[in-house]
Design a protein around this ligand. Structure first.
Ligand code: SPV
Ligand code: MG
Length: 430
């Protein structure tokens, strides 16, 4: 008699008795083919898994009740069902309601085409990988966290990065989520901004705040979060000091350093007056890139090169020339900066650069051209979007208004419904 085929789909990041229950049940109906959700499929509805696809595949392949493992590239089962036409699909009965109920209906109607059946064992209560992970503080070691940005770049249409200037703002980047049908939208990574770090310390964004001070703040932020972080290192500082900075950043678990091609006393790029700001020579900036490439411990620690040609009025030709040279020197990602109200100049850049032999992911910082949506950035070849200063810009007027209201009313009562309750603040950190 021909063996029946049973299909199950799972992420297998943390395997627990609920999974074993599904696998055991499935094996009673025939040979088990496991559809292992890829990083892309998983990160469309929750955080990217701790273990990458290959690592999870090894675990699953070595479970004796699993006959075969194939990738499932989407949350939608149908492409794989079509491929293997299983006699049975096994899934816990928890998906009868909630966001997966639509997928369930699709599975039932597809199975009907060849007389297949859905088997739904009782969901193992009070256990889920996500719940286990939430309980584990620091479930990313620095090594593991460093590589996540690279994995996200291989997985997501666009990596969404939010400025985080403190552990508390980092927790917002970490936890805030909205659900749109089957997809959960969230931030993928954090940006440590020189502008907001400096402002928070009451200092101008001109490198007066030194790296040692910024690095010690980073430790606190990374202590309470798990998402990858891109560090805005201005121009990287002196060549002789760079190896020490790279060592600290990698040790902390930072995923990328972003260095800009400016020299001299730094001015924030969004200042209209850039007089006195000079661009580095291509040769000297490439030396910085090459040095980082040489000293970094892990190739997953990405070298970001930020081109300031548009900021300094140098134009498209110069920016393309620099992007090619920086890529050749070893840059992993290219940030093309602009302070225009529209994305016209950065799109003119991406149109040309995308056709070059360098397939480096492009980064956009839409601070001044904030009408530009993520879908427009994707269409124009950008793979990372950095919301570079918005958390601090949101916090400042809120604090200012609170102070103003107390002063005006000579009491705090008028503020009460505009600010968090004390109870909420006390319970904020579990
Ligand atoms: C920062 O956030 O510090 C940046 C981006 O470098 S910008 O402020 O646009 O220069
Ligand atoms: Mg900066």
């Amino acid at each position: 008699m021909e063996k029946k085929i049973v299909y199950i789909a799972l992420s297998a990041d943390i395997l627990h008795e609920g999974h074993i229950n599904i696998i055991k049940t499935a094996s009673k109906y025939g040979e088990v083919i496991a559809g292992l959700l890829t990083d892309a499929a998983i990160s469309s509805y929750k955080n990217i898994p701790t273990l990458n696809y290959k690592q999870r595949e090894i675990v699953l392949r070595n479970i004796k009740l699993v006959k075969e493992v194939i990738p499932q590239n989407t949350l939608d089962y149908r492409p794989n069902l079509n491929l293997i036409k299983p006699n049975f699909v096994v899934h816990g009965d928890d998906w009868k309601s909630g966001p997966q109920s639509e997928t369930r209906k699709q599975v039932i109607s597809y199975l009907k085409r060849w007389g297949g059946k859905l088997i739904e064992p009782k969901y193992t209560k009070n256990i889920s990988s996500t719940a286990i992970k939430t309980k584990l503080i620091n479930y990313h070691t620095p090594n593991n966290r460093v590589s996540i940005l690279k994995r996200l770049l291989n997985t997501k249409k666009i990596v969404r990065v939010l400025e985080s200037h403190s552990p508390l703002s980092g927790l917002i980047a970490e936890n805030i989520k909205i659900r749109k049908k089957n997809i959960v939208e969230q931030f993928d990574a954090m940006w440590s901004s020189s502008l907001t770090d400096s402002s928070l310390k009451g200092k101008p964004d001109n490198q007066v705040l030194d790296f040692s001070s910024r690095f010690s703040g980073l430790g606190d932020l990374l202590d309470v979060t798990s998402k990858p972080l891109i560090f805005d290192a201005d121009n990287g500082g002196r060549l002789e000091h760079l190896p020490y900075s790279i060592k600290t950043l990698e040790r902390l678990g930072v995923s990328s350093i972003m260095i800009e091609d400016k020299i001299g006393l730094k001015k924030n790029s969004l200042f209209s007056d850039q007089s006195g700001s000079k661009q580095d020579s291509i040769k000297d900036f490439c030396k910085k890139i090459e040095l980082i490439k040489k000293v970094r411990k892990s190739k997953d620690f990405l070298i970001g090169a930020r081109i300031e040609s548009f900021i300094l009025g140098k134009g498209l030709k110069d920016s393309i020339k620099r992007a090619s040279a920086y890529s050749e020197a070893g840059a992993d990602i290219i940030l093309i900066h602009s302070k225009e109200k529209t994305p016209k100049e950065i799109f003119s850049f991406s149109k040309i650069f995308r056709k070059s032999k360098y397939k480096k992911p492009l980064v956009s910082v839409p601070s001044t051209y904030s009408k530009t949506s993520e879908s427009m950035l994707i269409q124009n070849g950008f793979q990372i979007v950095i919301y570079a200063n918005h958390m601090l810009r949101a916090a400042y007027p809120a604090m200012e208004n609170a102070a103003f209201s107390i002063l005006k009313n000579q009491r705090s009562y008028e503020l009460e419904n505009k600010i968090s309750s004390v109870k909420k603040v006390i319970n904020l950190i579990k």
